[in-house]
Design a protein around this ligand. Structure first.
Ligand SMILES: *[C@@H]1O[C@H](CO)[C@@H](O)[C@H](O)[C@H]1NC(C)=O
Ligand SMILES: *[C@@H]1O[C@H](CO)[C@@H](O)[C@H](O)[C@H]1NC(C)=O
Length: 559
């Protein structure tokens, strides 16, 4: 590099550094409307505190009214705790409990629409009045788990931008299309954007619930939530539709960015929902968040308001979780899940294939000519350990005479409304009576139809399947699994089960187990899924990455 060029680069660097250190970050109003959100507020507000943005550049604008829960109490507590940190906090908490024209707290009556419209407009005008550079209009059932979200969205340089928020199911904070009457319409690119098959920022007809508006940009002056203020408005009396049309009519695009999942959002309750449904939704969402990251944080001031459900074993004699001691990360995550779900679970230390010696398996005979169908290799020590872990539980079931147990591994995610669904499956099983094993989580290997069991809505006869993520086992089932003496012809446990219920395609292997009379079903839908699928980021299999028994390896000398 020439001296001149070097000098020039230095100058540019100096200029950039000076700029970034001398210019204050833009000022920001964060506006939140809160109604009956006592259950989400501890998480919402804690995540708000964790947003990586200088608090002395933020003015908070909080409104809460028409509550039948203690939302206002929590808000006051929090404001008192944090008010020193923010540039300002403007609140208006109104103590009325309901609107005169509503049928219940989830009903969207006319006066509720009017109130929400005027509050949103008030927030927008407040931000304009104090010359704020940005307004973040956010609802209290949005959880911004990515703390850099604001800085990243500001860099996008749009007038209106929203971060992708996911939910349990297909709900989100944007629309892919809009009908001629300005209502929601599913677009072809909706799921690719939601599930981030397509990544970037997308011009969409609607963003809501968490929207960043750049008030420094001139066209933002035309934005409004009030239908009457919008020229030629022919849409419904609805705050977000009015806002979206005001943008469109002013040539302002609505943008949704999904380079990351920036957070999560709850599905809003509609007229037919009960408020309690929200708590179940929150539970599902917390479990969803847990799969990817830490549990949702809470500021200590909210601890007294967080209650976990009482624990039981869901009607089973015992619930077992198989966990390798060295996978304490998984154990921790599962224990958070059990606390949230109210499950009393016995953790069983898995037999660790990595620690198995020749002596440990001296009495085991492997199934002659067993080879893994995909890798064409013999069993790994991990698979041996996994089999023994399940086997030991079957023995314990028989020794204690447990009638029904539920066995799961430690890398599962729970289907939404897990408890209620398990209860329904178990009611149906009680009616059928004659069963040995029911999969709650598995990998279906045959495309053939698995018809519903007559008289049930949640049970199918199970075909050839892999995995032992979770299953319910009866005492009779445990007897059958032991009686077939699998340790004399060992193969992986997820091959063994299909052999015993006689749906295994390999006739050679089946010959070693003449009594294939296990009566097995599967729940439908499945109630457990793996946290990570093979090949995905973060996937570590404890059975497939370990040493193979018959391959030359350090362990050969032990065998
Ligand atoms: C406004 O809506 C029309 C019709 O959907 C669309 O074609 C146009 O691109 C929109 N304008 C902006 C700025 O998004
Ligand atoms: C193998 O079987 C023998 C004889 O029954 C027994 O003494 C020994 O403890 C068994 N080994 C293991 C590892 O279970």
């Amino acid at each position: 590099m020439s001296k001149v060029a070097f000098f020039f680069v230095m100058l540019v660097n100096l200029y950039t550094v000076t700029l970034s250190s001398q210019i204050k970050p833009p000022t920001l109003v964060i506006a939140v409307l809160i109604r009956n959100k006592a259950h989400t507020l501890p998480y919402f507000l804690t995540l708000l505190e964790k947003i990586n943005y200088p608090k002395d550049r933020i003015s908070l604008w909080l409104r809460s009214d028409h509550n039948i829960d203690n939302s206002i109490e929590l808000l006051k507590l929090w404001v008192e705790d944090v008010h020193d940190q923010y540039h300002s906090i403007k609140t208006n908490f109104v103590e009325d409990k309901s609107y005169s024209d509503e049928t219940g707290p989830t009903h969207w009556s006319s006066s509720r629409y009017d109130n929400v419209i005027s509050l949103r407009e008030e927030a927008l005008n407040y931000a304009r009045t104090i010359w704020a550079d940005y307004l973040l209009a956010i609802d209290a059932d949005v959880f911004l788990t990515d703390s850099n979200v604001l800085q990243e969205l500001m860099l996008k340089d749009f007038v209106i931008v929203a971060p992708l928020l996911q939910s349990v199911g297909l709900y989100s904070n944007f629309w892919g299309a809009m009908t001629n009457e300005y209502y929601y319409e599913r677009s072809e690119n909706y799921e690719p954007i939601l599930y981030r098959k397509d990544k970037g920022c997308f011009n969409v007809p609607m963003v809501h619930s968490c929207v960043l508006i750049n008030l420094q940009k001139l066209p933002s002056d035309h934005l409004s939530y009030v239908p009457q203020k919008i020229k030629n408005y022919d849409g419904p009396r609805d705050d977000i539709i009015a806002f979206s049309l005001s943008a469109n009519k002013s040539g302002v695009t609505l943008n949704l960015c999904n380079e990351k999942v920036y957070g999560f959002i709850m599905v809003p309750l509609d007229d037919s929902d009960h408020l309690e449904y929200d708590s179940l939704q929150l539970l599902n969402l917390k479990l969803e968040v847990l799969v990817e990251q830490e549990p949702l944080p809470v500021n200590a001031i909210f601890q007294p308001f967080i209650t976990l459900p009482p624990k039981d074993s869901l009607g089973f004699d015992k619930i077992y979780m198989i966990n390798l001691l060295r996978r304490s990360d998984r154990r921790l995550r599962m224990n958070f899940c059990f606390d949230e779900l109210g499950l009393e679970v016995t953790t069983v230390d898995a037999v660790d294939g990595k620690l198995l010696s020749g002596k440990d398996i001296e009495n085991i005979t492997f199934l002659p000519n067993y080879a893994d169908p995909y890798h064409k290799r013999a069993m790994t020590l991990g698979e041996v350990g996994c089999f023994l872990s399940h086997y030991n539980i079957w023995k314990e079931v028989v020794q204690n005479g447990y009638e029904i147990v539920f066995v799961m591994e430690d890398d599962v995610r729970f289907e939404p409304f897990f408890r209620a669904k398990v209860e329904r499956v178990m009611e149906e099983l009680a009616v059928i009576g004659d069963w040995d094993l029911v999969y709650f989580g598995r990998k279906r290997l045959q495309e053939k139809d698995e018809p519903l069991i007559a008289g049930t809505e949640m049970l199918v006869k199970v075909g050839y399947s892999y995995w032992t993520l979770g299953y319910v086992l009866s005492l009779r089932g445990a007897h059958k699994l032991l009686a077939a003496q699998p340790l004399s012809n060992l193969l992986p446990v997820d091959e063994y089960l299909p052999i015993l219920f006689d749906k295994h395609p390999n006739d050679q292997w089946k010959k070693y187990f003449p009594n294939r009379n296990l009566i097995a079903f599967s729940s439908t839908p499945l109630l457990l899924y793996p946290t990570h699928y093979t090949g995905e980021d973060g996937y570590i299999s404890d059975t497939e990455d370990s040493r193979v028994i018959n391959e030359p390896s350090p362990v050969r000398s032990d065998l």
